[in-house]
Design a binder for this molecule. Structure first.
Ligand SMILES: Cc1ncc(COP(=O)(O)O)c(C=O)c1O
Length: 391
């Protein structure tokens, strides 16, 4: 056999595996593993009956378009639904500004493609979503982290970093932010790439809809590229998401998408269209908020009871995750190895940092496991903290 690796491009040689995906793959190797790793929605909340009836209706009509190729921009009636869906969040937009993407992960890749030249600086929060790190890294961006304060990105630090990037003669075109329920936690001439998959999933005991208003809703200059998705609020298996951007950018994203996949799955888009149109998404949202808030409470209760003094965290006001600080000397990787020995997993904090830090943190997802499994998983985690954990 020849060594085919020597044919790889420079970029492909440096591709990074997503830490979340890698940890997710453990489930097939470790029987009875409880995963607090992937940000997967709760299968208990999938709207089976509504989706069965929608797919049945779509197929019964034998309309060839339902299973045909479609427009690269997306199924036009779905785009109209998306306009109404984001209008409820305060975003006023038009069809010309929207492209449907195959998950917002594809949005990250395609928007990255049209904005990043190799070596360009992309600013990301510390910590940030590791799937975005992978997307921009694979496009050969130089990722620079910006610290956060209580309200999100630290604007003074941002200004300082931009000054030093400019002084080095490097180019920075955008900053990537996940303002709502951070995964994990414009006066400059920059674009903002706002990734908002969790915005509808605020917890009503501590947050309300006004606090989840997207940055895009106040974007008068056309500086914000906004990514939305149905993955967390309907089902991720449909892979239906969207990018909203100034038309000049959308046109290029469309060309990049043509080369990537011609169009997102048409059947998926048709299902998403009817799910939005029949109110499945809007009626599910309050139930999801309550469901995930309950699970957050269960995880917080178990952590407080079983790991007192060992971990600290700020109560999440929405989303799927507890961003947990490890007290004492234990590092994320050491804890991770011990945790897997005890059949529980999470994502190491360092996977969310682009500056080599984050080893004092772990991201725990409470979204997918049942309440019993959350309690059992935290029990296992507590056992992993003890010295004789590996025995
Ligand atoms: C912040 C963030 N962005 C994007 C994604 C990708 O989502 P999608 O399923 O829409 O590709 C995720 C998924 O976990 C996420 O947490």
């Amino acid at each position: 056999m020849i060594d085919s690796t020597r044919f790889l491009s420079t970029a492909a040689r440096s591709y990074q595996e997503s830490a979340i995906r890698k940890t997710g793959a453990l489930a097939s190797r470790v029987p009875d593993l409880i995963s607090f790793a992937a940000g997967s929605p709760s299968p208990e909340m999938f709207p089976w009956d509504a989706l069965a009836s929608i797919t049945g209706d779509l197929l019964a009509r034998r309309d060839g378009n339902v299973l045909q190729y479609g427009a690269t921009r997306g199924y036009r009636p779905l785009i109209e639904q998306i306009i109404a869906h984001v209008d409820a969040k305060g975003i006023r937009t038009t069809a010309e500004a929207i492209v449907v993407t195959t998950g917002s992960q594809q949005g990250l890749d395609l928007v990255g493609r049209v904005l990043i030249d190799p070596g360009d600086v992309v600013l990301v929060e510390l910590p940030t979503y590791s799937g975005a790190i992978a997307a921009f890294h694979n496009l050969q961006a130089a990722l620079v982290g910006v610290p956060q304060d209580g309200d999100g990105i630290d604007v003074n630090a941002l200004a300082e970093i931009l000054r030093s990037v400019a002084a080095e003669g490097r180019r920075c075109r955008f900053v990537y932010v996940t303002p709502n329920f951070q995964n994990p936690s414009g006066r400059h001439d920059l674009l903002i790439l706002e990734d908002d998959p969790y915005g509808s999933l605020y917890f009503e005991d501590t947050a309300d809809v006004d606090q989840t208003r997207p940055i895009k809703a106040d974007d008068e200059q056309g500086r914000v590229v906004y990514l939305g998705s149905l993955s967390k609020t309907l089902v991720p298996g449909l892979r239906v998401a969207w990018a909203i951007a100034p038309p000049a950018i959308v046109e290029r994203v469309e060309l990049a998408k043509q080369a990537a996949d011609l169009c997102s799955g048409v059947f998926d888009q048709r299902i998403a269209h009817l799910a939005l149109g029949r109110g499945v998404v809007s009626s599910l949202a309050p139930r999801l908020r309550a469901h995930y808030m309950d699970k957050r409470n269960v995880m917080e209760g178990a952590l407080a009871e079983l790991l007192p003094g060992r971990v600290r965290w700020q109560q999440p006001r929405g989303g799927f995750f507890i961003w947990m600080e490890l007290v004492g000397n234990i590092s994320d990787r050491v804890l991770f190895d011990r945790a897997v020995d005890h059949k529980v997993s999470f994502v190491v904090g360092s996977a969310f940092f682009v500056n080599g830090e984050g080893h004092r943190f772990a991201r725990l997802s409470f979204s997918a496991p049942s309440q019993d499994r959350i309690r059992e998983g935290v029990k296992r985690l507590a056992a992993a903290f003890t010295k004789d954990a590996a025995q």
